[in-house]
Design a binder for this molecule. Structure first.
Ligand code: SAH
Length: 509
């Protein structure tokens, strides 16, 4: 039985530039073989059980030779596996994807090619440079900058290139002075506009502009390192007007999102829309409570409560799962009144077809109590399905009011596997912002990191090099208690307000 190998273009860096087809292939992969230039965030799209194999090259440092990679792909294919070979940009643009496809073809392994957004177009686009434009360039050539331009037998047709509108060189940082010299020798004006774009489409994007004559010096003065594309032509002149990415409010910020994987998406989406690069580290995994008995019992007798009070969307999900397991549906709650701690919890109820009577305005236990005051809770049977570890102020106050309160642990939040390692990698790559959306995300994150990394987080935040943002005062207080210097707390305790407050913090609302 033969499997299938998908040669998938990962896009230039921004993970949202992966194609839908690429995402579908990743979603069904049993093995992912990936490169240095493929954004590691994309690996999250593969099933947790998929094998992930890094074969990247960085500079001259190859973990596997091209022959070994070809063999690896053929072997997995022959073993019947669904393989995604994830390559930076487009697999057939200087990606040696053609060689891999040939190897698969001659081994009789079935394969498909999923083109990607190449850095040759995307890095200039994110720097505000269209590779063609009717006003100044009617053609574009993609050229390898890897070949030594001074070698006599160069297969690059310099005279032809010198006559073209736009040239995009890849892999050319080292040879930049010789590339420019060759173009000038073959008749391109030394005054032709030119630009180098490093790590295009990512938070690390850096652009240097000049002319064919000046660019080598400017690039060397800036100490620009690979990966970078190098664009030559009149189109570079359009950059001042068109540059858009670098103007986004959170451009250049790498932001750590600490949430459960499921809940992270909204915050991550909003941050990305503002130009941030998001690193999602799940610091909490939700699992059933150690003793599910009380929750199951409460669900079975759901019709006996006067009030159900929910303090998280997780609590809503867990309670309704238990209700279903008990063979009942929402009609069991026909006689009950419902309260939610905030809009996300209220939304979780609405998704079940239920409208809560009470939704707190400030999303903390105190706010919920404020909203419940005057609801005549004395003598009422109240069910509170919530996290196994939670503050006591809510049940205690309700009891003082004369309510008969049943607190049942509906779920437990625990540290997920592998997160400590992910955080260490994020710290190594550089991090500008950490967001916390609950006290438990603070506690779990700090429990996950090594003592040395914890100290580093504390020092960076004290020096103002790392901005710590908390969704509300209680989360902020928890972060401060853990030695972090919290600089951003929005006025309303919502995801939207948190993102706006961050943009305002960087003076780019
Ligand atoms: N197949 C890839 C190119 C692989 S060759 C593609 O289609 O994009 C590697 C070269 O790609 C690097 O040396 C650099 O020139 C370019 N490159 C890849 N990602 C880049 C990025 N984010 N910004 C700038 N250049 C990039």
């Amino acid at each position: 039985m033969s499997g299938k190998v998908y040669l998938v273009g990962a896009g230039p860096g921004d993970p949202e530039l992966l194609t839908l087809k690429g995402a579908r292939c990743l979603g069904q992969a049993q093995v992912v073989v990936y490169d240095f230039l493929a954004n590691p965030a994309l690996l999250d799209l593969a099933p947790a059980a998929a094998e992930r194999i890094y074969v990247g090259k960085k500079g001259g440092d190859h973990t596997l030779s091209q022959d070994e990679i070809n063999r690896l792909l053929c072997d997995f294919g022959k073993a019947g596996k669904i393989v995604v070979r994830l390559k930076g940009g487009d697999p057939f643009v200087f990606g040696r994807g053609g060689e891999e496809a040939s190897a698969l073809a001659s081994a009789g392994v079935s394969f498909e090619v999923v083109p990607g957004v190449t850095s040759a177009i995307a890095a200039p686009a994110y720097a505000g440079i269209p590779v063609t434009d009717r006003r100044c360039s009617t053609e574009v050539a993609f050229v390898t900058g890897h070949e030594d331009p001074t070698k006599v037998s160069s297969s690059i047709n310099w005279p032809a290139l010198a006559g073209l509108g736009t040239l995009v060189f890849l892999m050319g940082v080292k040879n930049l002075p010789d590339i420019c010299a060759q173009l000038i020798t073959h008749g391109k004006s030394p005054q032709t506009p030119a630009a180098a774009v490093r790590w295009g489409t990512t938070s690390q994007q850096e652009t240097i502009t000049g002319t064919l004559e000046s660019l080598p010096r400017l690039v060397s003065e800036a100490g620009l390192k690979p990966p970078a594309v190098f664009v030559v032509g009149e189109v570079v002149k359009l950059r001042p007007e068109i540059a858009w990415f670098e103007k986004l409010p959170l451009f250049g910020k790498r932001v750590l999102v600490t949430r459960t994987r499921k809940q992270a998406s909204k915050l991550s989406r909003k941050l990305r829309a503002m130009g941030a690069e998001v690193i999602e580290i799940p610091t909490i995994a939700i699992q059933p409570p150690a003793d599910p008995g009380p929750l199951n019992k409460a669900a079975a007798q759901a019709n006996t409560y006067d009030w159900l009070i929910f303090t998280s969307a997780n609590g809503v999900e867990a309670f309704f799962a238990a209700l279903q397991d008990a063979g009942r549906d929402v009609r069991a709650l026909a006689g009950a009144l419902l309260a939610a701690i905030g809009p996300a919890t209220a939304q979780a109820l609405k998704d079940k077809g239920l409208l809560p009577e009470v939704t707190a305005k400030s999303f903390v236990a105190e706010g919920l109590l404020e909203a419940l005051k005057g609801q005549g809770l004395a003598g009422k049977r109240v069910l509170l399905p919530r996290a196994a570890q939670a503050r006591e102020v809510l049940p205690e106050t309700l009891r003082q009011w004369g309510a008969v309160v049943e607190v049942v642990p509906a779920y437990e939040s625990v540290p997920p596997k592998g997160a400590g390692q992910n955080l260490a990698e994020a710290l190594a790559r550089g991090l500008e912002v950490i967001t916390f959306t609950a006290s438990s995300t603070v506690e779990n994150l700090l429990a996950l990191v090594s003592p040395a990394d914890r100290k580093r987080l504390q020092d960076l935040s004290a020096q103002g090099k790392l901005t710590v943002a908390a969704i509300g005062p209680i989360t902020a207080e928890t972060a401060r208690r853990h030695g972090l210097n919290v600089q951003v707390v929005p006025e309303a305790y919502t995801i939207d307000a948190l993102v706006r407050a961050l943009a305002a913090h960087f003076n780019r609302p």
